[in-house]
Design a protein around this ligand. Structure first.
Ligand code: IFM
Length: 451
């Protein structure tokens, strides 16, 4: 069985973070409010009322954080740019101090030998745009393209590849359908325009980046969907869930059309928001890479009550993370080989843009964090990637989630995903055992496949 050391030469090792989860400094240097500032301030919206006001204070401590990345020997670092730092009102005036922060960060990364991989949108929409309809409004896609121009013009000389959006599925479902995340809308299936307008924004931004000769990726949260049984009803429910979670965000990008959503009573024009030419724009000339965020598979059964055409079924008999997510490393191999089987030559090279687990990590009296659970998790998933590569999937890199313990959205600071422990009172960073393990793996892989 191939394992992680068999990953090909040139495979890129990285770690990921996102602006609102680590930066803090929400009121500094002209940053405008984001939907997350407003949502997290609502009583009861997040665990313990916690917000990203300070988070990991990365805005001030990025030098220390890049030094930690250098210590790992990372090839790449995936971070996100806060749109409200760059254009505080969403459109209109550009904030030079906001842009200057990312300029400094990019230079610091390059000086450390690390390739920056920025994501343009990881959920912190400027609040001013939300007040005009947010992602339910088609206009937001055009504002995103303008913001992309601003950032690409400033950083594009040093940043070869860009991720447009992070997990448009999660943003649509949690933010617009269920109201668990900002902006807290509870529209259920009426949230679907938020999917289309995000994808349209991707297409418009991709054109901006391509004009500048930059590579374009998108990071989707994908899950292999398993039917709870082989009964026709369970199999049909699994197909319906797969269409909503996965295909809604990969078919238009890779095939130029939306999947069949008739199980939801929705036509292919997603309730009328798809206009002529949109799908051509979304597919464009093709992605340079597909970012895959993988955490676990999903098991689906036929619904037992009216409403949605599926019901989630438990996955038993496997370890679970502190978040109670099932740990199924082979699900990543299954996902990657399934993408290849579904899309064939239309599947661009894949980068794993997120994968990791939350653990109830504690600093022991000797000052260490023994997160063996995370090491096993990462090792298992990396072996699964190597097996997918051996089965013919072109996977070019792996970015673990996350570099640092950080603000886990509605869960506040209760879920620790980092290779580096952060004490949120003192901002002290303590590399965990998984940090040393990842460093050794990267060193060993680099040595085996001399670059
Ligand atoms: O923390 C998130 C991240 O922002 C998006 N992907 C999943 C991670 C863990 O929940």
């Amino acid at each position: 069985m191939p394992n992680r050391l068999d990953l090909p030469a040139g495979f890129r090792w990285g770690a990921s973070t996102a602006s609102y989860q680590i930066e803090g400094a929400v009121d500094e240097d002209g940053r405008g409010p984001s939907v997350w500032d407003v949502f997290a301030a609502r009583p009861g919206a997040t665990k313990g009322g916690q917000t990203g006001r300070i988070a990991c204070d990365h805005y001030h401590r990025y030098g220390e954080d890049v030094a930690l990345m250098r210590g790992l020997g990372l090839d790449g670092y995936r971070f996100s740019i806060a749109w409200p730092r760059v254009r505080p009102a969403g459109d209109g005036a550009v904030n030079p101090a906001g842009l200057a922060f990312y300029d400094r960060l990019v230079d610091e990364l390059l000086a450390a030998g690390i390739t920056p991989l920025p994501t343009l949108f990881h959920w912190d929409l400027p609040q001013a745009l939300e007040e005009r309809g947010g992602w339910l409004d088609r206009d937001t896609a055009y504002r995103f393209a303008e913001y992309t121009e601003t950032v690409a013009d400033r950083l594009g000389d040093r940043v070869p590849a860009w991720i447009t959006l992070n997990e448009p599925f999660v943003h649509m479902v949690y933010g617009y359908a269920l109201g668990i995340h900002a902006p807290g809308r509870t529209l259920m299936l009426d949230a679907l325009p938020a999917a289309h307008h995000q994808l349209l924004a991707h297409g418009l931004a991709a054109a901006v980046l391509r004009e500048r000769g930059r590579e374009v990726l998108i990071a989707n949260n994908l899950t292999p969907v398993r039917a709870a049984s082989q009964s026709p009803a369970d199999v049909a429910a699994a197909a319906a869930y797969d269409a909503l979670h996965n295909r809604l965000f990969t078919d238009p990008l890779l095939l130029g059309h939306y999947p069949d959503l008739s199980a939801y009573g929705v036509a292919e024009d997603l309730g009328g928001c798809v206009r002529d030419g949109d799908l051509e724009l979304i597919a464009g000339p093709g992605l340079d890479g597909l970012g895959v965020n993988y955490y676990n598979p999903t098991r689906i059964a036929a619904p037992t009550e009216p409403g949605l055409p599926f019901a989630e079924a438990p996955i038993d008999g496997v370890p679970r993370t502190a978040f109670d997510w099932p740990v199924v490393p082979d699900g990543l191999r299954e996902l990657l080989t399934g993408l290849k089987a579904r899309y064939g030559d239309a599947l661009p090279p894949v980068t794993i843009t997120e994968n990791g687990c939350s653990v109830a990590d504690e600093i022991t009296p000797d000052g260490t964090v023994d997160d063996r659970f995370r090491i096993d998790y990462l090792a298992g998933h990396l072996d699964a990637v190597a097996q997918a590569v051996a089965e013919g999937v072109d996977v070019r890199g792996y970015f673990t989630w996350s570099l640092l313990d950080n603000y886990e959205w509605a869960e506040g600071f209760s879920q620790r995903f980092g290779l580096v422990h952060v004490d949120f009172e003192t901002q002290r960073r303590t590399p965990k055992a998984s940090y040393a393990w990842y460093r050794e793996l990267i060193t060993a892989h680099h040595a085996l496949h001399v670059r």
